[in-house]
Design a protein around this ligand. Sequence first.
Ligand code: ATP
Ligand code: MG
Length: 474
Amino acid sequence: MGTLRERLKKVRTDEGRPKAPTRAKKAKTEEAKKAQLKAQTEVGYSVRKRRSSIGREQYLELKDNVRRKLLDALDLTILNELTEDEVDSQIRSVGGKLLDQSAVSFNREERDLFLQEIVDDVVGFGPLEPLLQDPEISDILVNGAKQVYVDRRGQILLSDVEFRDDKHLRHVIDRIVSKVGRHVDESSPMCDSRLPDGSRVNAIIPPLAVDYPVLSIRKFRSDTLSMDQLIAGDTISAEVAELCKACVAARLNILISGGTGSGKTTLLNIFSAYISDRERIITIEDSAELQLQQPHVVRLETRPPNIEGKGGVTQYELLINCLRMRPDRIILGEIRGREALDMLQAMNTGHDGSMSTVHANTPRDALIRLETMVAMGGMDLPQTALRQQISSALDVIVQTQRLPDGTRKMTYFSEVVGMEGEMITMQDIFKFERKGVSEDGKSLGEHAATGVVPRFLDKIRATGINVSPDLFIV
Ligand SMILES: Nc1ncnc2c1ncn2[C@@H]1O[C@H](COP(=O)(O)OP(=O)(O)OP(=O)(O)O)[C@@H](O)[C@H]1O
Ligand SMILES: [Mg+2]
């Protein structure tokens, strides 16, 4: 075989004349395409430590067999009355006996793994269990039975986890959604749900998902990141962290903008820790992810409509209700629609210090999204009046971004200053300046002050909080 260069050289000598450059180029493109495809389909995350003495097909067949016999042998009604550990050891003991009756002989490690997989299949979420248990994985993305991707430390990798077939995957989906009284079938082929630990789940099956059932899980992190960890991981600089802390304590209204999985909720959670214990905080979320530590917190969560399309409660309705609950601060998980205007009005009318997030790629885009959401909510507000509402409601927009190397950065800390004619004016106070990529693919850059001193500094100082002017020196 040899390298491409050697092969081309050989062709040249063989034929006595150089190959047409176009063909060489074509071969090179083909090679590049192959390499790209390989990279896309290469397993980047492996849970199969087992190098089993039997082949994959035979292994799956054996597992199927043992599982079926085990379900016949176990009294499932009794399992409900046992503790998790007792169920585990029951399944292992009966499963172990059934395994002994088969022709295969596993060593201790293989046997342990085999029985663990049986336990996962019978009482857990099957092949997803090892991924659910890995703290480094934040998302699990299942595209049909044979393609399970994971987001591990910010990188999307193909894993070697597989379901037996799409029926097996559907079975796991059913088990997940039925736990919260929901249901997926041809007549209601998509569904939001949650795992018992609070992880967010979305399932969508054919015919809406064209090829196969698709399951997306955002894992819930009980050990939420702290500001110190964000500083250590270079998501944010110590200077910006200090300023953020002062802004929250001084009741500025803050909007966190960013793309999917860029760390908006994580930041919102960290910011909320700086709210005083004496305040009444009300949180509104689609899926309760925030973990506030204060004693006086009321958590509200939306509800999707039931199978007949009834009983749904939206963020908008919860926000209207929340305004009657005497909140000192409102934390809205994400501004997504009709509630945009009411949130802005709440920020403008006595609920200062409120915070939310929005899906947008730059602080300026975040403003445009807010405008669009209000317009789509059916409020016929003149554009200038709306922009005035936005500019007086918001004090700060921070931008989060996930860089190609998987790290998260706070890329902008911007102040919303006011209006100039018809335009909302903003000024960047801090920026993350990207400086290319290192040899090993790491994004390079640094957090830097722009030299602009924010106008809100007086507001912060008026509350007795001291912010050093040195923070803003370039
Ligand atoms: N600065 C960070 N460093 C490392 N990991 C982070 C950081 N911020 C967030 N993460 C991790 O990334 C994942 C996504 O974070 P988070 O839920 O905050 O993102 P999000 O922007 O709110 O996502 P979504 O758009 O889906 O709501 C979580 O597992 C979280 O722990
Ligand atoms: Mg979020």
